[in-house]
Design a protein around this ligand. Structure first.
Ligand SMILES: Cc1ncc(C[n+]2csc(CCOP(=O)(O)OP(=O)(O)O)c2C)c(N)n1
Ligand SMILES: [Mg+2]
Length: 287
């Protein structure tokens, strides 16, 4: 995709769906919008079939509003709750087989580099905690070892939510779920630390409680992945359905975990990535 391709063919203007016309006229393409502009432009995702109060849906909305250049971005997703939302995103996106997302994204990024050597084509992996830290962990880590220039975002609801509530490696120790009735027997996987040690140039963990922080992490991850190396952002996305709290309590749950440090906000940046970001962010709109 590129900006010229987003111009409507005038001969078709009278038969195009109103939603599409609005996207062309008032979408975020080429505009440099961010989360502070939400409400003033046509968003890349406006509807989803996920549960009421879904923290993951909120995070996807914020991620989509944080993309530096959506017109040159491809999202690679994986099976899970988020895969129900991907078809609603007005962006190039690929659904990969569960766990394969970083392998698919690696091939795609390399192909885009060959096809568009002079352009930044951002490849963004967005997948659940089960897909990222369990079943896809080998593909995820090997993409980091190889230094693939991808941004990987985990939507961490601390469970296999889509399949009715099994524990994942990211569930906290002792966590009781529908299909983990006696409680999880080992600790939450320290994936941010693993990412840092595995070659990621930028790593952050955030929650949707502070949208500007989330935006900053997503933008930094995408920008650093353009030039420096792989990046990883872990977003805590509370799940009312599997953790059995009221939909309106989602943000309070995330806030509580930020506060009591059971989901500490962190950022690791290599010196090389820091220098690159400092050069880019000097006076930037969304830093
Ligand atoms: C190869 C493969 N194994 C297992 C499944 C079954 N499956 C579908 S979604 C899912 C859990 C996804 O968990 P997570 O990645 O955390 O996403 P969530 O649903 O929590 O958003 C599983 C095990 C599958 N679809 N494909
Ligand atoms: Mg999950």
């Amino acid at each position: 995709m590129s900006k010229p391709m987003l111009k409507m063919t005038t001969a078709f203007a009278d038969v195009m769906p109103a939603e599409y016309v609005e996207l062309v006229q008032n979408g975020p393409f080429g505009k440099g919008y961010g989360v502070a502009d939400l409400g003033s432009f046509k968003e890349l995702i406006e509807e989803h079939p996920l549960c009421a109060g879904c923290g993951l849906a909120l995070a996807v909305r914020l991620i989509m509003a944080s993309l530096p250049t959506p017109e040159d971005t491809v999202v690679v997703g994986s099976t899970g709750c988020s895969s129900l939302a991907f078809p609603q995103i007005a962006l190039q996106n690929i659904h990969s087989l569960f766990g394969n997302q970083n392998a698919v994204a690696s091939g795609l990024k390399r192909a885009l580099k060959l096809r568009f050597p002079d352009k930044h084509k951002d490849v963004l992996v967005v997948a659940g905690d089960g897909a990222t830290a369990d079943i896809g962990l080998d593909m995820v880590m090997h993409s980091w070892f190889r230094g693939e220039k991808l941004a990987t975002i985990m939507l961490d609801n601390e469970a296999y939510a889509n399949t009715g509530g099994q524990e994942s490696g990211m569930s906290p120790e002792g966590c009781v779920l529908n299909m983990a009735p006696t409680g999880k027997k080992f600790k939450k996987i320290a994936l941010p630390e693993i990412a840092r040690e595995s070659g990621c140039a930028y790593v952050a963990s955030v929650t949707p409680v502070q949208p500007r922080k989330l935006e900053k992490a997503v933008r930094r991850a995408i920008l650093v992945a353009r030039e420096v190396g792989p990046t990883y952002v872990q977003i805590f996305v509370p799940c009312p359905t599997n953790f059995k709290f009221k939909p309106q309590e989602t943000l309070a749950k995330a806030k509580q975990k930020e506060k009591d440090q059971t989901y500490p906000l962190r950022e690791f940046i290599t010196p090389e990535a820091q220098a690159y970001l400092a050069a880019l962010e000097g006076g930037g709109k969304h830093d």
